[in-house]
Design a binder for this molecule. Structure first.
Ligand code: SF4
Length: 283
């Protein structure tokens, strides 16, 4: 199928002003471009977790899989191993992937699994009406913390760099063109691509003013250097009031998890052959 309408007719229930709309637009736009340059959208799979972000599975007209809370990544890696030809995208929330699913995220980065993980990081549990997540700001007052959180937020970029991710970026839902570009670069990256997106939750944690006062674009930044990337990732630790860098922090080309799995004869050669046979039988 080509030139398909990438937005489904399902009624959209995101709140007005929600940053998820920007992410939907970015994905739609990038997938449309990839299709024009020869990628079949039949070879794209979107995996979502549980949360407001997960409605992307309902609203984006590609193969999709609603996984369990925190389990986007094992589902995505399983799909990729079963058919390495597929382009597998995980959309996950901060409450989803930085809490219950954190171990999966770390191991996917460590393995350099060839999937793209986009975190809709609104720094709150929006779907369940405003509980704090691992990236909520210190002092965040929500349903479960009426007196304010007493925990410092996690710095996901630092964690991903330390875990071995080969593509690490940060976007913002109010910087559309840059977000689109990061999503495209992430999808074209061979290996584990991680994009943390500062996503506005207009209803429970609207940080637009805070972000707008602090963001700047990474320029003259060596994306091949681990140390510069780490320094930049630590510059704003989700808690201090430093400026917030946006863009691509780090990129490396390394063998992927799938390369290594399928490169060990004889068992995996046979396995690879069998997968090809199964795929042929189905077409
Ligand atoms: Fe978006 Fe927040 Fe509304 Fe969820 S609760 S749809 S994240 S604005």
């Amino acid at each position: 199928m080509t030139g398909r309408n990438l937005i489904t007719p399902v009624q959209n229930t995101w709140c007005p002003g929600c940053g998820n709309f920007s992410l939907q637009f970015a994905l739609k736009s990038v997938l449309g471009e990839l299709e024009q340059s020869g990628t079949s959208l039949d070879d794209v799979v979107l995996v979502t977790g549980i949360g407001c972000h997960a409605k992307m599975s309902d609203y984006l007209n590609v193969n999709s899989f609603y996984s369990l809370h925190g389990r986007t990544i094992p589902a995505a890696i399983g799909i990729k191993l079963a058919n390495p030809r597929l382009k597998v995208i995980c959309c996950a929330g901060d409450g989803d992937c930085y809490a219950e699913g954190l171990d999966h995220l770390i191991f996917a980065a460590k393995r350099n699994a060839d999937i793209t993980v986009i975190i809709h990081n609104n720094r709150v549990y929006g779907l369940t009406t405003g509980q704090y997540t691992p990236t909520s700001p210190l002092g965040y007052r929500g349903r479960s913390t009426p007196g304010g959180t007493t925990e410092f937020p996690l710095n996901p970029l630092e964690l991903m760099l330390a875990s071995g991710a080969t593509f690490v970026a940060r976007g913002y839902t109010r910087k559309m063109e840059q977000l689109r570009s990061l999503v495209k670069q992430g999808l074209l990256h061979r290996g584990f691509s991680f994009i943390d997106v500062l996503q506005i939750c207009a209803t429970y944690n609207d940080m637009t003013g805070y972000y707008n006062d602090r963001i700047y674009d990474l320029e003259d930044h060596d994306v091949t250097g681990f140390e510069p990337a780490f320094r930049k990732a630590r510059e704003w630790d989700y808690n201090n009031d430093a400026r917030i860098a946006l863009g691509l922090f780090y990129r490396q080309v390394m063998p992927t998890y799938e390369d290594r799995i399928f490169a060990h004869p004889p068992d995996n050669t046979d396995r690879r052959k069998r997968i090809d046979e199964i795929l042929l039988e189905k077409t």
